[in-house]
Structures are given as structure tokens and as C-alpha cells.
Design a protein around this ligand. Sequence first.
Ligand code: PLP
Length: 424
Amino acid sequence: MIGFTYQNDELFCEDLAVNEIVEKVGSPAYIYSKKAFLDRYNMLQQAFSAIVDTTVCYSVKCCSNINILRELAQAGCGFDIVSGGELFRVIKAGGDPSKVAFAGVAKTDVEIKYALEQGIMLFNVESEQELENINRLAGEMGKVAPVALRINPDVDAKTHAKTTTGKKENKFGIEFAYAMQVVSRLSSFKNVVLKGIDVHIGSPVNSTEPYAEAVDRVLNFIKTCPDTIEYVDTGGGFGLLYNEENVPAFEEYAKVIAGPVKAAGKKLIIEPGRSIAGNAGILVGEVQYVKKTGVKTFYKIDAGMNDLIRPAMYDAYHFIWPVKSEEMPDCKLFPEVEGDGLLMPADVVGPICESSDVFCKGRLLPELERGDKIAIFSAGAYGFAMSSSYNSHPRSCEVLVDGSEYKVIRKRETWEDLVAAEEL
Ligand SMILES: *Cc1c(COP(=O)(O)O)cnc(C)c1O
């Protein structure tokens, strides 16, 4: 179901051996399964639509290649964007602007005008000043902007401090008390119409309670709002299986979110990113050197924190296993194989000159040699999208697999690309 399987001691993406792809495209490489993206989108759409009218807006920021956006758009998916650049990607990919929700804490005039021109579904507004500004710009363009207020529900999503967004000390959203004042002044804004209330509490949220709490607070608040409100937007943040954690099924999230929204007679917008893209992609690197010290074994690979920053930035766990191995992985990501073999503790590290450029420490792995390829799993979300060329490592390529075929959907950068925008 994640698009990746071990068969005959070797990792496959759909019907293709990962090793063979990387022999052709080089290392490091991001490899995605088209089927995994579409399956996850369809599962979410079905789980929520079974209960209430739902627009799934894929969160572009988590994995924004236009080839992937195009596949999702063709499947009927909408998009959650956080910048004008992301809207540009959506339009390029053939996405439908009338299914686009625009979040973003500091939208510029240029971005707002572009979104008004394109006719997006909803601006998720983060402050009264922003509302005034959208009202002004829409007025100048002779338009009425559909807006939702992004509420900060002061709910603890119990996730990493760097990825919680719905506590009152976070920069996101408007407090309830203040939102009430904004709503009471709405009639003075002639060029906006209040279409929704929006919350996004953080990510990943591996339980349903924080959503239940946030939805309850939002629906109570909506009772005090004008009846122009059609939508409740509950954001993204659904959990993802990285290792052994218990992640609620989509149906369980749907029950606590879609149920109450349906009862309140509203339509639902959800903004999933990680839960669609996360397990649909891996990052493959090649062992350059093995270093054994008195106390440790280091596998130094060609992929680094510039390719995948999550371990360095969020202390994130990624399951790691060789692309070819006689030992089998013991991880919930591969329920079909039984873990076995002789394992040794090792650190997998990248080439970047930062002590935080470490993918795992003391991890039990099969013995690896120079030239072996290893896969870092669950890298589809916030992987390539957060990559950089720090240390002047050209960014890796992205490959999309569809059955027994693959396509390079982003070329590997070259040394020339590194300096192309710099003038001497
Ligand atoms: C990042 C973000 C999302 C997506 O979060 P995931 O954890 O990837 O599902 C959704 N909505 C907003 C406003 C975001 O900033």
C-alpha cells in the first residue's frame, strides 16, 4: 500500500527494482510511487465524503513537483497553498483554482492580486489587517473575495514544538475573542464575504482528540457568525506511519471531524499533505565510505541534510534499509516480510559540514559496504520540497514510477545550475 515492497532481497517501487532506477538516474535520488499518491488521496476522499461534502485540498508545500500536482488534479483533488509561487505551480499543473485554499501568514499584495485574478475558492485570513488589505485589493479589482478566518483554537496537538500551530503562543491564526470582534466589523468590509472558518492545529497529529476539540470550538464559534458561512476548513496534520507509532485510520479522523460538520449543516475542507505524500516517496543514497572507530560504525552517504532536513530540524525518525539486502526489515511499513538477519548498530550520516547532518544514530542495520545503496523511507513529504544546495551540493533528481515505467520529473541539478543566477 505504500508503493514500496521487498521482493527477492531487493526493494521495488511498484514493479521496478529501485536499484535499477538509481543505476540509470544516479544517486542521490528521490523516488515516488504514483499509485501510492493516488491511493492515499482516494482513501481520504472516500473516508470523508462518505460522511459530508468534502473538498480535499492537497497541501502543495509538502511535495510540490508539478507532475505530482497534475496527477492529483486529474484525480479531482484541490490544493492548499501558502504562497503565490505555489498557486503558480497549481495553475501550471492544470489544477482548478476554484478548489484552492490560500493559507499563508504574510501574504503580499502581489500574491493576493494573483489569487483574486485566478478566482480561488478561499483566502484563509490570519489577521484583521490582512482582511482589510484583501478587502482593499478586491475593491480595486471590482471583486468580492471569499474569505475564511483562520482561528487559533488554542488546542495542544501534542506534536513536536516546531510543528505545533494551534496554541495561542504560535504565530498562526486569530484568537476566538478577537475573531468575534473582527466578525462584528465585517459589514464595513464590502469586498469580502465570510465563507468559512479555518483551523490547522499542527502536524503530525497521531490522535483524533485534538481535532475533535478544535472542531467543537469552531462550530460553537460559527453559531455567532453570519450565515454566509458554507465551509469548515480543518487543515491538515493527519498522522503518518514512520516507524511503529499507532496512527488513526482516515475513517477515525473522519468520524470526529466530518460527523460534527455534517450535523452543523456545513461543507468540509481538509488540507492533507504528509498523510498523502509521506510514504509515497523515498530518498536513495549511496554509501561512499564506511568508517569504524573504537566505539562506532559510520556509513557516510552521498545524500545529506540538504536533501532531507527532517532529522536535523525536527529530530524526525526515518526508517532506513539497504536497497538490496539478504536481511529483511522489521518495520510496520513492510507488514508482508518478517524481519531477520544479522544486524549491527551504526550511524548513517551525510556529507554536509554540520554535526546535525545525521539520519540515524546507533541504528541496527545489516552490514554495509562502500557502493551499497540505501533507502530512507517516508521521505515523500517535506523531503525534496525542503531541500537546498547547501555546501554547493546540486539538488537531487526526482523520479515518478508508474507501474513498470519511470519518468525523471525533475532533473538533477548541475554545478552550472548552482551558479546560474549569480553574476560575475
Ligand atoms: C502545512 C500545512 C498543511 C499540511 O499539513 P500536513 O501535516 O502535511 O498534512 C495544511 N494546512 C496548512 C495551513 C499548512 O500550513
